[in-house]
Design a protein around this ligand. Structure first.
Ligand SMILES: [Zn+2]
Length: 278
């Protein structure tokens, strides 16, 4: 017997990624069958941003974000940034991302400084087109706290204080959050949302679940980050948006709510942030 599926969102899935080239249509069909009503595909650089926009144009459930990921800074040139700026105005582009700081893969101080400069330029673009940001933050050695958190919060504090109106109320999301409760609280005080991914389902993730337990439900988003970060019970396989249900289930368990309540609440949060209506 099949029940009516819950209405879910997956606000971070890399459906343009080559790992989906063989069966993208089936992946999208499985997402629809699982009740995934809205998916956000973030760009990693100009080509992937253009691919995300094409996917959004060809599927009513898919929306795009455009930008340069901090580990793809070699792709960022005046010419490619112009391309992304053009894409940023597309009606199905609902955010600028995936942008941010990655001190895990990038150890060189000068390259980290370049990441911060490019982040500032892309935040300026978000302000210009009046769209929120999807932020990537990864610490050296995957620590819970360090320079990436400190630098990112400094940059976001200044940027958010320069905003007005709805964008100031809903400036963006810290995607796949992997920081301390204190970092989350500082981001929340700047009106940012917190994105939760598959690792919250991992057996050894007690500390992460303790953080999630403290987060206000009206600021949580659920994300697969497909094809990465596959949740239990599919861990070890390629991730896909249909698996978002397992993240909703885990948050429901942590917050003593029903999965349907978490699905509804996170769908409302995503609609508030990305202004994609219902
Ligand atoms: Zn991502």
């Amino acid at each position: 017997m099949r029940c009516t599926p819950m209405q879910l969102t997956d606000t971070h899935c890399h459906l343009d990624y080559h790992k989906f080239n063989v069966d993208r249509a089936e992946v999208l069909q499985r997402a629809a069958d699982a009740g995934v009503m809205r998916m956000l595909v973030p760009g990693l650089h100009h080509r992937s941003s253009a691919d995300a926009v094409h996917l959004a144009e060809s599927n009513p459930r898919v929306y795009a974000a455009v930008g340069f990921h901090p580990t793809d800074m070699k792709e960022f040139t005046p010419r490619t940034f112009e391309k992304v700026k053009d894409l940023a105005r597309h009606p199905k582009v609902v955010a600028i991302g995936e942008i941010g700081l990655d001190y895990y893969w990038v150890k060189d101080a000068e390259e980290r400084a370049i990441q911060r400069e490019r982040l500032l330029e892309q935040l300026a673009l978000a302000k210009e087109v009046n769209k929120p940001v999807v932020l990537h933050m990864r610490e050296e050695n995957d620590a819970w706290f360090g320079e990436a958190s400190t630098h990112l919060l400094e940059i976001l504090r200044e940027w958010q204080s320069s905003l007005q109106g709805n964008l100031k109320e809903n400036p963006g999301v810290l995607h796949s959050f992997n920081g301390t409760l204190e970092t989350a609280q500082q981001a929340l005080s700047l009106n940012f949302y917190i994105g939760i991914t598959g690792p919250v389902t991992y057996p050894n993730a007690e500390k992460k679940r303790e953080v999630v337990q403290q987060l206000p439900l009206d600021r949580i988003l659920i994300e697969t980050d497909a094809p990465f970060l596959t949740p239990v019970p599919h861990r070890g396989k390629r991730n896909e948006p249909a698996y978002i249900r397992h993240i909703a289930d885990k948050i429901a368990e942590i917050h003593s709510k029903s999965p349907a309540e978490i699905a509804d609440q996170t769908a409302q949060n995503a609609a508030r942030l990305f202004a994609w209506g219902d």
